[in-house]
Write a protein that binds this ligand. Structure first.
Ligand code: NAD
Ligand code: LMR
Length: 338
């Protein structure tokens, strides 16, 4: 009913209950910030994912419209909308996976860290809800600055006594997607045939593509290495400038978010050999969080892979990345502790 504050996008309740009783496969997924530039195409793509049985769309604005729209798609997932803080708990209860693209995006001239002031508080509130209503859910955190919002989320979960490091995953897939695209262009091959590990974090020099570990093994001239590293590190800024004040990457980000969420769901389902890069709690460097390849399984990021052999250029890049990362991580931790 349109006046029902907790919107049913379609006559979903009966179907959702049936499925739950029948134990049919499918996961319950919430998107927080579902009416935004990323949230809307992400909702569309998750509604198309056969692993999703229930899709909750939460935002502080426009959730009813997006829910009504997406719910008309004749795919399996039951869609429900939730508008505003009073409905956050209902949006989160029972979820297996929570994807968070809530928060403000950059405009030209801004760094991702400039978003901290607004987005840190948004992420804190949403994570407090997760700790209370679905403490066992996998969390895919997209809101920037990811290098600080993931530590914020970890602190909130620690305070609530619910922190499971395997289940908190910062989404860096867009860096990998860009790296695959730009490297394929240089090599003159199909991007689907290329796999580039991108480690570190998700901002400027903390984004460290490992071109020496590209699959299939490929060699690059020093000029190509410089061009590719710069372009991958500044891919977000390239989009921010092209959009000229209208926001940052949304469509390629929704694609990347779905790629990563689908990998998480296949891991939850028990599929073997699911490996993606993600910014997670990690012991591969001296920093408490770091992005590397991880293996996704039934309980989240079950294995964190080491960096592998780095060349001289990458070793220098790693030192720069760690320096900036350390500050961004500490800033996130301080936001909750102080
Ligand atoms: P947007 O402004 O288009 O959408 C953000 C949405 O969040 C809006 O609908 C807004 O109403 C909602 N929102 C604000 N406060 C909220 C709250 N407290 N609870 C729930 N929803 C809330 O922005 P966008 O382009 O979709 O980008 C969202 C975020 O994702 C930004 O921080 C951006 O920097 C980040 N981002 C990250 C990556 C990445 O690779 N990790 C890539 C692109 C963008
Ligand atoms: C991106 O990499 O596109 C996002 O982090 C958004 C941004 O601000 O660049």
């Amino acid at each position: 009913h349109p006046s029902n504050p907790q919107m049913e996008g379609n006559s979903g309740l009966r179907r959702a209950n049936c499925r739950a009783k029948g134990g049919a496969p499918g996961f319950k997924v919430a998107i927080l910030g579902a009416a935004g530039g990323i949230g809307q195409p992400l909702a569309l793509l998750m509604k198309m994912n056969p692993l999703v049985s229930v899709l909750h769309l939460y935002d502080v604005v426009n959730a009813p419209g997006v829910t009504a729209d997406v719910s008309h798609m004749d795919t399996g997932a039951v869609v429900r909308g939730f508008l505003g803080q009073p409905q956050l708990e209902n949006a989160l209860t029972g979820m297996d996976l929570v994807i968070i693209p809530a928060g403000v995006p950059r405009k030209p001239g801004m760094t991702r860290d400039d978003l901290f002031k607004i987005n840190a508080g948004i992420v804190r509130t949403l994570c407090e809800g997760i700790a209370k209503c679905c403490p066992n859910a996998i969390v895919n955190l997209i809101s920037n600055p990811v290098n600080s919002t993931v530590p914020i989320a970890a602190e909130v979960f620690k305070n609530a006594g619910t922190f499971d490091p395997k289940k908190l995953l910062g989404v860096t897939t867009l860096d990998v997607v860009r790296a695959n695209t730009f490297v394929a262009e240089v090599l003159g091959v199909d991007p689907r045939e290329v796999s580039v590990p991108v480690i570190g974090g998700h901002a400027g020099v903390t984004i460290l593509p490992l071109l020496s570990q590209v699959n299939p093994p490929s060699s690059f001239t020093p000029d190509e290495v410089k061009y590719l590293t710069d372009r991958i590190q500044n891919g977000g800024t390239e989009v921010v400038e092209a959009k000229a004040g209208a926001g940052s990457a949304t469509l390629s980000m929704a694609y990347a978010a779905v790629k990563f969420a689908d990998a998480c769901l296949r891991g939850l389902k028990g599929d073997a050999g699911i490996i993606e890069c993600s910014f997670v709690t990690s012991a591969v460097t001296e920093l408490p969080f770091f992005a590397t390849k991880v293996r996704l399984g039934r309980t989240g990021a079950e294995e964190i892979f080491p960096l592998g052999p780095l060349n001289e250029f990458e070793r220098i890049g790693l030192e720069k990345a760690k320096k900036e990362l350390a500050e961004s991580i500490q800033k996130g931790i301080n936001f909750i502790r102080k």
